[in-house]
Design a protein around this ligand. Structure first.
Ligand SMILES: NC(=O)c1ccc[n+]([C@@H]2O[C@H](COP(=O)([O-])OP(=O)(O)OC[C@H]3O[C@@H](n4cnc5c(N)ncnc54)[C@H](O)[C@@H]3O)[C@@H](O)[C@H]2O)c1
Ligand SMILES: [Mg+2]
Length: 341
């Protein structure tokens, strides 16, 4: 028996080591590509390419599924020839990752080229990211989100804000340099806190005027310069619903590409049940209210389509599973249902 356990242990630990070294080797390789333009140029000849057009990713619909095709370097050349463009376009691409076998993945925005020609040639369509993220396979959403954010950052940082001179990207697209001043610009994202407030038995969800009808989400807000996460949570809850946070704890984080790159830092926060009267800031929110557990459980079962009632009103529904607000709501339900009565 001991021999069997030993053999199982050896297999498990050797698998762990192999997985670990694959990951480490992959991260080191990606870092080399970011630092070394000539290595990256070479990688572009054997890499795969995700296409965008004015920041909309290229998708192919196969039956009910939406696939995110990766084009080989040879296919890229063929498409560019068809569009009567040179291979230099490839150098505009940005590095977004690589496979375990070190096949590098790049994203390229062909926004300056004829969209319909590319779409009919590759049998698919460029799809708005707000739709694409929710129809593609779960593993592809973060990739599309980070690729679009990086392409957007390059598009909006073509000039140095100090000298007004053009900036130049390195091959991998991990930075831009102003050669006149020597200033190096790195891709940026804005930290945002997402907070699910609870008073112990209910949770607070709100609607911004821009939300789809019937959708409620947790509170959110950009971090101010100089604030830490705890200070932002306390300020945003005070500003938006007039409540004082008693305690808070971190749950998870997520990169979010809207309106442009954000790092969402998701937290749970408690307020006192005796001081839970909402005073909503109507400049930012359209509605904010407490939800009991049963209402949340029902709302989680609903989809946007099934929330409309005969009289035209909408029953509450919550962000889809790809959004970190969904995860916070599910965690709260779990916590409520696991508490002793
Ligand atoms: N994925 C999710 O689950 C989820 C849930 C909620 C919110 N969000 C995202 O969080 C983001 C922030 O939430 P919010 O709108 O409630 O923030 P908010 O409450 O701070 O209000 C937005 C306003 O803050 C100002 N602002 C300050 N710093 C800014 C910056 N760096 N970029 C843009 N505006 C800035 C602007 O005036 C803007 O109109 C939203 O873009 C939204 O997409 C994601
Ligand atoms: Mg807000």
């Amino acid at each position: 028996m001991a021999a069997i356990y030993q053999a199982m242990y050896r297999r498990a630990s050797s698998l762990f080591c192999r997985l670990h070294s694959t990951y480490v080797r992959k991260m080191r390789y990606l870092n080399e590509l970011k630092e070394d333009d000539s290595l990256c140029r070479q990688a572009q000849t054997s890499g795969t390419f995700y296409l965008f057009h004015n920041l909309s990713p290229f998708l192919q619909q196969v039956g009910k599924k939406y696939l995110v095709p990766q084009l080989s370097a040879a296919e890229m050349k063929r498409i560019l020839e068809k569009l009567k463009e040179t291979e230099q376009w490839i150098e505009k691409s940005v590095l977004i990752g690589c496979s375990d076998e070190h096949v590098p993945h790049f994203a390229l925005d062909l926004g300056a080229l004829e969209k319909s020609v590319i779409e009919s040639e590759l049998k698919g369509s460029f799809t708005d990211l707000r739709k694409a993220l929710f129809v593609v396979d779960g593993k592809d959403s973060p990739l599309l989100a980070s690729a679009q954010s990086l392409l957007r950052w390059h598009d909006s940082h073509q000039y140095c804000s100090k000298t007004g001179q053009p900036t130049q990207k390195n091959l991998a697209g991990s930075k831009r340099v102003c050669h006149a001043s020597g200033i190096i610009y790195y891709p940026q994202m804005s930290p945002v806190v997402i907070t699910l407030v609870s008073d112990g038995s209910r949770c607070l969800l709100a609607r911004q005027p821009s939300f789809p009808r019937g959708m409620y989400s947790s509170l959110s807000g950009f971090c101010n310069l100089g604030e830490n996460v705890e200070e932002t949570v306390r300020r945003e809850v005070a500003e938006e619903v007039g409540l004082e946070v008693e305690s808070l704890w971190y749950s998870a984080s997520q990169h979010w590409p809207f309106p442009s790159s954000c790092l969402l830092i998701a937290c749970h926060a408690m307020v006192r049940a005796q001081q839970a009267e909402i005073s909503m800031n109507s400049l930012e929110l359209e509605e904010a209210r407490w939800f009991a557990l049963e209402e949340i459980v029902e709302g989680l079962k609903r989809e946007p389509g099934s929330s409309k009632q005969d009289d035209g009103s909408f029953l509450p529904w919550f962000p889809p599973k790809q959004a970190i607000a969904h995860q916070l709501i599910c965690e709260w339900v779990k916590q409520q249902t696991s508490q002793p009565a």
